[in-house]
Ligand binder design. Structure first.
Ligand SMILES: [Zn+2]
Length: 104
């Protein structure tokens, strides 16, 4: 079982349209808002039964951004997006894998 390690710092850089996320192991990632929005793991964005993503990236506005950031307990990040989507909860593990995927 992997331990859930929260990021050391997380900043939403609105002018650049991305999150800057630093982890305790020293790795730093820059993740575009839209990319994280499209990775939303909630039941609206992913079909619960089939596990297939039903969210269409083209339905997300290019200028989507977080309007509110909060924590769900000590295990996840909760984001309210500018497209009014608020049900997505990103566990640290999931956030980390999105970071990893965004690093190209
Ligand atoms: Zn969602």
């Amino acid at each position: 079982m992997t331990e859930l390690v929260p990021p050391q710092s997380l900043r939403a850089l609105k002018s650049e349209g991305l999150f800057e996320i630093a982890w305790p192991d020293g790795q730093m990632f820059r993740v575009p808002f839209k990319l994280l929005r499209c990775e939303c793991p909630c039941a609206v964005c992913i079909d619960e039964i089939t596990g297939v993503r039903v969210l269409r990236p083209e339905s997300i506005p290019d200028d989507v951004h977080p309007v509110e950031l909060g924590y769900a307990g000590n295990y996840a990040l909760k984001i309210v997006w500018s497209d009014r989507h608020a049900s997505g909860i990103f566990t640290w593990d999931r956030l980390r894998s999105v970071c990893q995927a965004a690093q190209t």
